[in-house]
Design a binder for this molecule. Structure first.
Ligand SMILES: Cc1ncc(COP(=O)(O)O)c(C=O)c1O
Length: 417
């Protein structure tokens, strides 16, 4: 890593190049050299068709093209347009009608939503808790604002969500800090594809009910992939459990429109609270809007207008939902294909239910992914394994990858012996 010349390091660990974008760059270079057929680029976190082109919901695209200048050229209010704030709550909760007090505050994508929760519900120097398998920008976001990340082992030996590890870590952290942000990314967790069951959620709630009343917890549900995990209503069956929590535990959903509406580059999301009291909900709105003003001011209005229009027109909403269901089927079929071939090849994968990614536990992820790169297979090495984006490669390619990984694992074991 280079020395800092002019910039301040401020406790951050800043690499020379973003890991995933670096791998993708090398995949593209190989494509230029050897042709598209020689390369499988399973690094990208966007839904691509079988030819590697971005899949865009045409109903959303048409809505975008039909916007009036007032709907995109003028500033949006800091917390989002009133119509967006109402619409995004419906988008996030589906048919579920919360009993608590909800407020939504716009953010630039789910990323901005995560940032504002960490900034407002933890203190400088605090650790934010998430699982050992996690989306690495959590660490980046935390370190940008003087926080760190602590992790618990996500799965037990019998492949269940690891409630005892979560409980122990919450207790450990709350013994030394007064506040805690707990991030749970579900369903279709990145990078494993796991979805907490309703029973998992009940156990999480039981753990949180035991947090001492003088301590404060923000339970951040990162739902970036909620509409790509399976049936949209079934995937929201856990929401009532969030409303059983005591007053010192605030559930907040970090909602992302990036995947659900295929508008990744329009940077649209929201923080949505499910507060037990009006005062907590109003405070939530006030602090998130204050943070927004000081970080990015208002968010892009075009995406807010698109979502507001979709929820104001039942026929359009049905069209968007049906179109999404179709591309979700394609994604889920790819995941199943990968799972089937992994079983045939004897490749162990981390518990997977659906979504954009599958993970493979392994000993030396960097060495294994470097070996696979030479074969034209580009995956993302993580701390505990490799991540495969089934969202970005065809079903045929999903069927090819597991045996190739097994081969590379054998070669790697031979090289190290
Ligand atoms: C786990 C997870 N959370 C949140 C996000 C936020 O995405 P965005 O900021 O594009 O809405 C992503 C995107 O890749 C993600 O993978």
């Amino acid at each position: 890593m280079g020395e800092f010349i002019m910039a301040a390091q401020n406790g951050r660990n800043i690499p020379m190049e973003d890991k995933i974008f670096g791998i993708s760059r090398r995949a593209n270079e190989m494509k230029e050299e050897r042709g598209a057929d020689a390369v499988i680029n399973a690094t990208i976190g966007a839904l691509l068709d079988d030819d590697g082109d971005l899949m865009v919901l045409s109903s959303v695209d048409d809505t975008f093209m039909g916007l009036d200048p007032e709907e995109y050229a003028s500033y949006a209010p800091i917390g989002g347009t009133p119509a967006f704030r109402r619409a995004v709550i419906k988008a996030a909760f589906g048919k579920y009608e919360p009993k608590g007090f909800t407020e939504a505050v716009a953010s630039p994508g789910g990323t901005g939503a995560i940032r504002n929760v960490i900034a407002n519900y933890s203190c400088p120097g605090d650790k934010v808790l998430t699982s050992d398998w996690h989306w690495s920008p959590y660490g980046t976001i935390a370190s940008e604002i003087g926080r760190g990340i602590a992790t618990y082992e996500m799965f037990t030996e019998d492949r269940k969500y690891n409630i005892p590890a979560l409980k122990a870590k919450i207790e450990e952290l709350l013994a030394v800090q007064d506040r805690l942000v707990v991030i749970i990314n579900t369903p279709a967790h990145n990078p494993t594809g796991y979805a907490l069951t309703v029973d998992d959620w009940k156990q999480v709630a039981d753990v949180l009910k035991n947090v001492p009343p003088e301590k404060k917890v923000a339970l951040l549900v990162d739902a970036a992939y909620i509409d790509f995990a399976g049936d949209e209503e079934e995937q929201r069956a856990f929401l009532p459990v969030l409303e059983t929590l005591p007053e010192n535990v605030l559930p907040i959903m970090a909602y992302s429109a990036s995947k659900t509406y295929t508008i990744y580059g329009m940077r649209c999301g929201a923080d949505i609270c499910l507060a037990p009291t009006k005062e907590i909900a109003e405070e939530f709105r006030r602090v998130c809007e204050f943070s927004a003003r000081g970080r990015w001011s208002n968010c892009a209005k075009a995406a807010q207008s698109i979502i507001a229009r979709i929820f104001a027109d039942e026929t359009l909403l049905e069209k968007v939902t049906a179109e999404r269901a179709e591309i979700r089927q394609m994604l889920l079929a790819r995941g199943k294909a990968f799972e089937e071939e992994a079983a045939k090849a004897g490749l162990a994968i981390v518990p997977f239910d659906g979504g954009f990614f599958v993970s493979i536990p392994c000993d030396d992820p960097d060495a294994l992914s470097a070996r696979l790169e030479k074969e034209g297979i580009f995956l993302v090495p993580l701390a505990k394994g490799l991540r495969v984006s089934v969202a970005s490669v065809s079903e045929d390619k999903c069927r090819l990858i597991p045996a190739k990984i097994v081969e590379a694992m054998k070669a790697e074991a031979g090289a190290q012996a």
